[in-house]
Design a binder for this molecule. Structure first.
Ligand SMILES: Cc1ncc(COP(=O)(O)O)c(C=O)c1O
Length: 777
């Protein structure tokens, strides 16, 4: 390989494609200035007889093909056994000072045999902002097999931890990110030295893109790790990084001056191969042009393709080219450099001026949690981890208000949805997956013969109620629990205004619900036959259906659900069960299967599609036929992504016995919460809920909400999102549950002290009043 001094017409042609891609101001996070004086003669053949290439030459070289007007850089010398490192480091520091842009910075090339104190003082003095390490300085012969600690020992990390410094690390060993030793080293070091920031060069040295695709899952939760794109020439490696780590953890780097050579790296089986003009056999005659372009151009084109394929926004692309670098280096840059990202509370108050009610789901309003400090918005969610807009990561036990059972951005559900998106989600013609799903749902519910689809729990419940009314010719609904926002349900609060107390929102004014619906919906209480009988009696001849969940926070006593079904049918009604929250979570396929009772209609949503809009109404033929005589129809009820997601969810929940796993973990969690409650008697904790959704609340009378808010804040500070209910997902593995319990124990001790001191009101501060869900079912 040789440094290419001249761009060919074909390089220039290719570079034109980058015009609309590369932003005007960029940060090159991986660049090596070079001076031949620092190396033994012939050490870097690829630099030919080139003179010094410092910061100015770096910018000029890149600007030959990159349209960027300003190029900042993170500079460090080229590591080589023969290098005069002290001279390189001094020269690089001078270069950055004299010729770098104001935001450019330098890293010190450091080896394990260096003097620790000398390195520490160079970093403490601010001459360098971190270090560049390299395997060639490990003490072994076969340096390509070196472990991370062999060339980046703990003492280097200790210094970086102290100064919040950067390490630029090019890992080796055959499988790179897939190598378990590498993974363990990176995990241990990054978790021990939390203030150090690690840049994994070359997408974690994924010159074989499979290493990125299979290996990054193991470091997703390391918040102090980012990757740079330098010299990677396969878009699949970038795609894996975007998919697994997200666009906020990918930083563009050129690997100058490698970027100025012709060639590219290609994945071959388990390894990779550098392909460049000199490796092609001299007699080889290609049928078409065999021009190689520069590695830098090749890498940028691949990055561009990966950004397009991943649907990155221009904001994401700005982040990759500069924002992420500025955030990584923030502590070493002037304060005004990085535009402050708005906090959750700031954005939430902005939302309220442009979005009615702030957002579409009342339970997600900041006031439902803690108006003061709730992060409100996420930049990324994966498994049970959620990152807020300021890149803080939380382990989320609030489970997206019960919509998620597998985990956020579940890879199998996402793959099914992506497939659907690429073949088309919607057309004049129908999506055959509707039938495949219907057949599976009917197989899982042998009592049922027909399904309908909707796109959410509330609208699916409304379809079910309409069908029940059409089938019976009556309109009276006896219901228990919460079933959505629609008129049929809120009609219960017309007149008296307190009928829904204990079911939904105490004191709710059903403004906008036609007064004429008064008396059409009558509530009853779970496990209370008398109230059920009273509701049916009140509806009299107009009784059409019972609508209830199989269970919510307690199991039926004395065969309550079976008796409700019996009474319903005896009174000529349709027995509708709402499995929106219980489905797949309190039994498989639903809570009714756990009870062994067949309803007339069952309604699923939420977990059934794991975060993708969807709802299914499953019913007996005779009743479902009534839908034909009513008008129940909507364009997007035929959209393809809901069924695609539901099919993936059904496959995964069965393959991995998700219901059993979650219940088993939840039972253990519930038992541990009970122990926690006995350890903190001052807090008066009440533990309840179903095994898959254990609940914990303070029983402190009018102080309960204050204590709950303080506890949530303390958990948030420890990196957990919690509410009264723990909605368990498959992604909450034993380690996550153990970490929740230890954080809860610490937080509860602190809350207990405040309660003991009698200063709960002062410590928590005034709470913004809100109306909250208070379900008795
Ligand atoms: C039992 C039950 N039914 C219906 C709904 C409404 O579902 P959605 O919010 O998808 O409209 C919910 C939501 O919490 C629910 O828990």
């Amino acid at each position: 390989m040789q440094y290419a001094d001249l761009l060919s017409p074909s390089d220039q042609e290719l570079a034109k494609k980058l015009n609309d891609f590369v932003p005007e101001e960029i940060y090159d996070i991986h660049t090596h200035p070079y001076h031949s004086d620092h190396f033994a003669p012939g050490a870097w053949k690829l630099m030919g007889g080139k003179g010094p290439t410092g910061c100015a030459e770096h910018r000029a070289a890149l600007q030959r093909y990159m349209p960027a007007k300003t190029i900042h850089g993170l500079y460090f010398g080229m590591p080589h056994k023969t290098a005069d490192r002290p001279a390189i480091n001094t020269w690089v520091a001078d270069q950055v000072k004299e010729h770098g842009t104001p935001l450019s910075r330098g890293l010190m090339l450091v080896t394990p045999s260096d003097d620790r104190e000398a390195v520490a003082s160079a970093l403490r003095s601010g001459l360098f902002f971190g270090i560049k390490v390299y395997h060639c300085y490990s003490g072994r012969e076969d340096t390509m097999n070196a472990t991370v600690e062999e060339y980046a020992p703990d003492w280097m990390w200790e210094i970086l931890h102290e100064v919040s410094g950067i390490m630029l690390l090019h890992i080796v060993r055959d499988d790179a990110m897939e190598d378990v030793t590498n993974q363990q080293s990176i995990r241990r070091l990054c978790q021990t030295y939390l203030q150090a920031r690690l840049i994994l060069a070359h997408i974690g040295r994924s010159f074989n893109y499979r290493n990125a695709r299979n290996g990054f899952h193991n470091i997703v939760d390391l918040d102090n790790v980012v990757v740079d794109t330098s010299a990677i020439c396969e878009s699949e490696a970038f795609a894996a990084a975007f998919k697994i780590l997200g666009p906020r953890r990918v930083l563009w780097g050129s690997d100058f001056a490698v970027s100025e050579m012709r060639g590219r790296c290609v994945s071959t089986g388990k390894s990779f191969f550098w392909l460049y003009p000199e490796v092609i056999h001299p007699d080889y005659v290609a049928p078409t042009s065999t021009d190689f372009t520069l590695i830098g151009i090749e890498s940028l084109l691949c990055l561009q393709e990966a950004c397009e394929d991943a649907g990155l926004t221009s904001g994401d692309i700005d982040d990759v080219f500069q924002g992420n670098a500025l955030r990584t280096l923030a502590l070493h840059l002037p304060k005004e450099t990085t535009a402050p990202t708005p906090t959750g509370p700031e954005l939430w108050s902005r939302a309220q001026s442009v979005i009615s009610c702030g957002t579409g789901l009342l339970s997600k309003r900041a006031e439902s949690f803690d108006a003061k400090g709730w992060p409100s918005y996420f930049s990324r969610a994966s498994g049970c981890d959620v990152w807020d807009l300021n890149n803080n990561r939380y382990v989320d036990f609030a489970g997206g208000c019960g919509a998620i059972l597998l985990g956020y951005a579940d890879p199998d559900v996402n793959a099914a949805v992506r497939r659907r998106v690429s073949v088309g989600t919607y057309s004049t013609l129908l999506n055959p997956q509707e039938i495949e799903l219907a057949e599976q749902l009917i197989d899982l519910h042998p009592w049922a013969n027909k399904v309908r689809y909707a796109r959410g729990g509330g609208d699916a419940m409304t379809v079910a109620v309409r069908i029940a009314r059409a089938a019976t010719g009556k309109s009276g609904i006896a219901f228990c629990g919460y079933h959505g926002w629609h008129d049929w349900y809120l009609a219960a609060n017309l007149g008296g205004g307190d009928a829904l107390d204990g079911h939904l929102l105490p004191g709710l004014e059903p403004q906008g619900v036609p007064r004429e619906l008064k008396g059409t919906s009558v509530p009853f209480h779970y496990n209370n036959l008398e109230s059920l009988d009273a509701a049916i009696a009140q509806l009299g001849d107009n009784f059409a259906a019972i609508v209830m969940e199989p269970m919510r926070s307690q199991l039926p006593q004395d065969d309550f659900v079976a008796k409700a079904a019996e009474r319903c049918r005896a009174a000529g009604g349709v027995f509708v069960v709402d499995e929106v929250t219980s489905g797949l979570r309190y039994g498989f396929p639903g809570g009714m299967s756990a009870l062994g009772i067949d309803p007339d209609i069952a309604v699923y949503a939420k977990a059934m599609s794991n975060g993708i809009p969807f709802g299914a109404i499953i019913g007996r033929d005779a009743i479902m036929q009534a839908a034909d005589s009513s008008f129940i129809s909507s364009s997007y009820w035929t959209d393809g992504i809901g069924p695609a997601a539901a099919l993936a969810v059904l496959e995964k929940t069965q393959d991995l016995s998700v219901y059993e796993t979650v219940v088993e973990r939840g039972t253990r969690l519930q038992a541990s919460l009970r122990e926690l409650a006995t350890r903190h008697p001052t807090c008066q904790l009440a533990i309840g809920g179903m095994p898959a959704t254990p609940s914990m609340s303070f029983d402190l009378g009018d102080q309960s909400r204050l204590a709950q808010t303080l506890y949530m804040r303390k958990m948030q500070a420890r990196g957990f999102l919690v509410t009264g209910y723990h909605y368990l997902m498959l992604a909450h593995d034993d380690a996550k549950i153990a970490s929740l319990l230890s954080a809860a124990d610490e937080s509860m001790s602190e809350v207990a002290k405040v309660i003991d001191a009698g200063t709960l009101a002062e410590t928590t501060g005034p709470l913004v009043q809100h109306i909250g869900f208070a379900r008795l079912t």
